[in-house]
Design a protein around this ligand. Structure first.
Ligand code: ATP
Length: 312
């Protein structure tokens, strides 16, 4: 059998987006971050990251939103390749190509997905065989959501979301994602969350906000694969802040609920809105109604849990 030529071989990794089915946000810590109880579910919208040997580092991207991602050293995929190369004493001589389908700055961890994808693609291309635990640790250095992008499935994230415990899921959940025009900056949304808490007289620091805890009923609903029970427990503490910064999101949430969704929630820091529905037919109908309502740019039916970063 002929061996592939290592100079021309390309490794492609597919990585899922995520929705937070529970995002409980604690008080602001002295370092400015917030402790979270973050229940992640990977869903079937994917970016693909391809790694090909090159004489010097190169990054390209394709997809409708690529004008909104940096194609320089600050791109999370490029940072991931550099970090892995450094760890193994290599030069990051790689051409990374991101085929982008996850909404940019949409609260679905698109940048984190690309970082996890680049790590796995380069590790495979370079034959560095980094143990899974070390890959997860590298992911955590790159960003709080990156370990989950590598792992996929469902997981509870503690700390800033990077300390993961995998969660069992008892079935497939059907979703529709309403993608907005433009993004929201995650730091801006956390700042607005603190501002709203202070304005309500609750205080925004760790002394005044209760420690975030996972909701046992929600974890039970995931375990049972029970959509109605999950719908009753979906919760995102960043939602009021995202809606305060982008009031039109209230109309999107309302349009999906009116179309028959079991529940509606802003995805992470938004502005993508997530609708949990009971079956694929309702997903198609809800997506059509959301598009017709004119309250979003696109509406994408899909399912979760989805597998984590995978070499294809
Ligand atoms: P999260 O849900 O993790 O808070 P997000 O989905 O809201 O993140 P991203 O799509 O990850 O947002 O983009 C956040 C910022 O990161 C944007 O300003 C974007 O320009 C920048 N960025 C850097 N690298 C990438 C990348 N590979 N893909 C997308 N955005 C990137």
């Amino acid at each position: 059998m002929t061996q592939p030529d290592p100079r021309t071989t390309t490794v492609t990794v597919r990585v899922p987006a995520k929705v937070n089915v529970q995002l409980a946000v604690g008080g602001r810590r002295p370092d400015g971050f917030h402790d979270l109880a973050n229940v992640f579910l990977a869903v079937g919208l994917y970016d693909s990251v391809s790694a090909t040997p090159a004489d010097s580092p190169r990054l390209t991207a394709s997809g409708p939103d690529t004008a909104r991602i940096p194609l320089d050293d600050t791109n999370l995929a490029a940072r991931a390749a550099r970090l892995l190369a450094e760890r193994h004493g290599l030069e990051p001589r790689v051409h990374l190509h991101i085929a982008k389908d996850i909404p940019v700055a949409g609260g679905m961890a698109g940048g984190s997905a690309d970082a996890a994808g680049a790590l796995l693609a380069c590790d495979t291309l370079w034959g560095t065989r980094t143990p899974h635990d070390e890959l997860l640790a590298l992911c955590a250095e790159l960003g709080s959501d990156v370990p989950f992008s590598l792992a996929g499935g469902a997981a509870l994230g503690r700390g800033r979301g990077e300390r993961l415990t995998p969660l069992a899921t008892g079935g497939v959940f059907h979703w529709v994602f309403a993608v907005a025009d433009g993004g929201l900056s995650t730091p801006d949304v956390y700042r607005e969350c603190d501002r709203l808490r202070e304005a309500a007289g609750l205080g925004a620091t760790q002394d005044s906000v209760p420690e975030p805890e996972p909701d046992e009923q929600l974890l039970g609903a995931l375990r049972a694969g029970d959509s109605a029970a999950l719908a009753a427990t979906l919760r995102n503490d960043l939602q009021p802040a995202a809606v305060s910064l982008r009031p039109a999101l209230a109309d999107t949430l309302e349009a999906g609920t009116a179309a028959g969704a079991l529940a509606a929630v802003v995805s992470g820091s938004g502005p993508t809105c997530a609708f949990l529905v009971k079956d694929p037919e309702t997903a198609t109908r809800t997506a059509q109604a959301l598009l017709a309502s004119g309250t979003c740019r696109t509406a994408r039916p899909t399912t979760g849990p989805a597998p984590g970063a995978t070499v294809v």
